[in-house]
Design a protein around this ligand. Structure first.
Ligand code: SAH
Length: 244
């Protein structure tokens, strides 16, 4: 269906019924409702705000966000906001996930390092875009749950590692693409060191309250930084992040 043919929420019988279908108590219509909610999310939150990378849009239209977050209803998993998860953390708003991934320009043959697995939602999207994903999480409970969900959904190219990701993953470096989903006071030197020549690193840098996305490219051994949009992430806690 083309963008112009979207009906308002209230005139879609499927979406009206969706309000009563919870993620916890799935019914036979859940997959159709989730697919419709994803299609609208891609149209209204991503395309409408300028996300153009068709591979990113297709991955966002495919990965079932409701499997990762425990929301009231299936459709609220696709709202235009971050979602609270265990251990006081959040899953990023869909637009922020898409915009970070668009900036990274991941190729199908890339190996990607993600710091801050959280639920594993973003790692699954990256799993759709890249050959191999290494995702690092410091909270054991989150790492374990993400691992289980990713395995259940069949993401065999995504590995979850439990440790302080502010130090990266030196044993598997260098990485052509690095993505940090938590806010740092400054760009960790370990991550710059582990970036491959010609590679890109996206990371929110700033205070604990507000940050700006930084895109760092390694060109002839030198890190070249450009500044993108303002954002708000939970803190990167670790040796090369915040103390607590
Ligand atoms: N991308 C995630 C959301 C990330 S929220 C998703 O799609 O669900 C940020 C995550 O970074 C939190 O889970 C937090 O525990 C984790 N984190 C914070 N500091 C970290 C560190 N030093 N190493 C690894 N993970 C860290």
């Amino acid at each position: 269906m083309s963008p112009g043919t979207l009906v308002p929420w209230k005139s879609s019988p499927l979406l009206r019924r969706a309000l009563t279908v919870t993620a916890k108590w799935p019914n036979p219509e859940t997959p159709a409702i989730a697919a419709e909610a994803r299609r609208r999310m891609v149209q209204e939150q991503l395309r409408a705000r300028g996300i153009r990378d068709e591979r990113v849009l297709a991955a966002m239209a495919k990965v079932p966000r409701e499997e990762f977050a425990d929301t009231e209803s299936v459709t609220s998993a696709y709202g235009d906001y971050p979602l609270p998860i265990a251990a006081g953390q959040t899953v990023s708003q869909p637009y922020i996930v898409a915009s970070m991934l668009e900036v990274l320009a991941i190729s199908p043959w890339d190996r990607v390092l993600e710091i801050g697995t959280g639920t594993g939602y973003e790692a699954a999207i990256v799993g759709e875009l890249a050959a191999e994903v290494w995702t690092v999480e410091r909270v054991p409970e989150l790492a374990r749950t993400a691992q289980e969900i990713l395995a259940r959904l069949g993401y065999r190219n995504v590995r979850v590692i439990e440790r302080d990701g502010s130090l990266g993953l030196p044993e598997n470096a260098p990485f052509p693409k690095i993505l940090v989903a938590a806010a740092a006071p400054a760009v960790p030197q370990s991550l710059i060191d582990q970036l491959a020549e010609g590679g890109s690193l996206v990371i929110p840098v700033g205070s604990r309250v507000e940050q700006q996305l930084h895109l760092i490219r390694k060109l002839n051994g030198e890190a070249v930084t450009s500044h993108r949009e303002l954002c708000r992430f939970v803190p990167l806690v670790g040796q090369e992040g915040w103390v607590s």
